[in-house]
Write a protein that binds this ligand. Structure first.
Ligand SMILES: [Ca+2]
Ligand SMILES: [Ca+2]
Length: 301
């Protein structure tokens, strides 16, 4: 992490960016057809996907700031979460016991987050990409209550990094006491199926109070204890055939369908081992594990 000041140009660029992505409907699913041919059952249908709800990456106690001060300036983190959006963006959210007041520059409280994104299995062809986010709505040098977000490219330990031109909307929500940065998933090289491994979440404070002097920096006002990695979801439909009347949420889905950009899907189930009789086709659409819909259809083998 670094005691970084947002350059004026970046501040202005961030201020002119569009707002956050709006939620995209609900995740839903239909089965259009289930057709036998030989020992193959071909299932088609349609699916739509909602933006994923935030997935908690870690929580943090209230009142544990490094210097023991109350979280008046927004430095007392309480948690962090990630959510993927169907428009191809990914949102990173800090929560704090209080948000920083907007005092036109002082103290500058900045939120940071370092993480790496890459395949589950290390792949020399597709190496991990590591990043550091810094987010604030204050600035030392000019009165500026507008939020600004910087994305730094870094090595696997994030102990040296360079500023990129990647940025996106940053929203401070006083009602929920959240700070949410939304970025292009592609820009972060976070592909569906990749895992985001958090390194550190932190708040830091550049100059506890404005004195007109550059230079005093209190490192790490608070840190988040991460508990989980995050898997970047894709639009996914999975199929199963089983006895009728089962809970669709607990059926074992062993076959993935092919999902088109439009949400229409088609998939094939091998039914060669099933005795003739009445069965149910179970279909599940998910955009993230906590964001699924189910459909069923009776079928006779
Ligand atoms: Ca805390
Ligand atoms: Ca902490």
């Amino acid at each position: 992490m670094r005691p970084l000041l947002a350059p004026l140009t970046l501040v202005l660029a961030a201020a002119s960016l569009p707002g956050t992505a709006s939620a995209a409907g609900t995740t839903s699913l239909t089965i259009g057809s289930a057709t036998m041919s030989g020992s193959t059952l071909t299932v088609t249908g349609a699916s739509t996907y909602a933006d994923q709800p935030f997935v908690l990456q870690g929580d943090d106690p209230v009142g544990d700031t490094v210097n023991g001060l109350p979280g008046t300036f927004g430095q007392d983190l309480t948690g962090a979460g990630i959510a993927s959006n169907t428009n191809g963006t990914i949102s990173f959210r800090w929560t704090a016991s209080e948000l920083p007041p907007v005092l036109n520059g002082s103290p500058q409280l900045t939120y940071g987050w370092t993480f790496c994104a890459g395949p589950v299995e290390e792949d020399p062809e597709d190496p991990q990409a590591c990043w550091e986010l810094t987010a604030s709505r204050m600035n030392w040098f000019i009165p500026n209550p507008e939020p600004w977000l910087q994305v730094w490219s870094c090595a696997s330990t994030c102990d040296g990094s360079g500023l990129t031109n990647i940025t996106g909307p940053l929203v401070f929500d006083g009602a929920t006491k959240t700070v949410t940065a939304t970025l292009s998933r592609d820009a972060l090289s976070a592909d569906p199926g990749d895992v985001i491994s958090p390194l550190l979440g932190f708040s830091f404070n550049d100059g506890a109070l404005w004195t007109g002097m550059a230079g005093w920096y209190l490192a790490g006002q608070d840190f988040i204890n991460y508990e989980d990695t995050y898997t970047v979801p894709g639009k996914r439909v999975s199929l199963a055939i089983a006895e009728p009347g089962q809970d669709p949420a607990t059926v074992t889905y062993g076959t993935d369908a092919t999902v088109a950009q439009s949400g229409s899907y088609t998939g094939s189930l091998d039914v060669s081992t099933l005795a003739p009789g009445s069965y149910t086709v179970y279909s599940r659409a998910c955009y993230g594990a906590n964001n699924c819909a189910y459909a069923t259809s009776g079928v006779t083998i």
